[in-house]
Design a binder for this molecule. Structure first.
Ligand SMILES: [Zn+2]
Length: 186
């Protein structure tokens, strides 16, 4: 770090501390040449991520938008808002760390599904129905079957046991109504 007084490039650090709520590190330095003291701040470089949507349009990744979509899809599934925030944080950190600066809505959807699958089957199916844009009952039942093969659990059995067709249909139309609001990011 070049000294602002004499442009010498070596300094020693007198003190380091976290600042801006942990977002940066403040360092008090002393020039090894002229002994003047100065302060530097170190921050993580924030590189915007571009989202490529289904229709080919591009927009900046917006974590709060993704969170809103997930909150809607996960209503009444018992997943806490805090948990959803944490998932969004994880996804954002992951995207920040990748070398690619672009991500498709499809990839974001897959990431969300990976998390939701571990959390809650109902939330998983609801999000999948929005993000996967089920075209009809057949797609919906196929996804249920696929999920059931992977995870056999009480809540999933409830969905697919008995009159699968009727249950699936009513559930599907309910989910499709979500997709209007939810199509921004997913
Ligand atoms: Zn100096």
């Amino acid at each position: 770090m070049q000294c602002p007084y004499c442009q010498h490039t070596n300094s020693r650090v007198l003190e380091s501390r976290s600042s801006e709520g942990g977002q940066s590190t403040r360092r008090r330095r002393e020039c090894l040449n002229c002994k003047h003291r100065f302060t530097t701040y170190e921050r993580i470089e924030f590189v915007p991520i571009t989202v490529i949507k289904h229709d080919g349009k591009k927009e900046s990744f917006d974590a709060s938008k993704l969170l809103r979509g997930m909150v809607r899809a996960c209503e009444k599934t018992g997943i806490t808002h805090q948990r959803l925030e944490n998932i969004v944080d994880d996804i954002e950190s992951y995207l920040q760390q990748r070398p690619q600066r672009q991500v498709t809505t499809h990839e974001i959807g897959q990431l969300v599904l990976q998390y939701l699958r571990k959390e809650n089957e109902v939330a998983y199916i609801r999000f999948a129905s929005v993000y996967g844009r089920f075209k009809g009952i057949k797609d919906f039942v196929e996804t249920l079957d696929q999920l059931q093969q992977e995870t056999v659990s009480a809540s999933v059995s409830q969905w697919s046991n008995g009159s699968t067709k009727n249950r699936g249909e009513s559930a599907n139309s309910q989910f499709l109504s979500l997709s209007h609001n939810n199509s921004d990011h997913v």
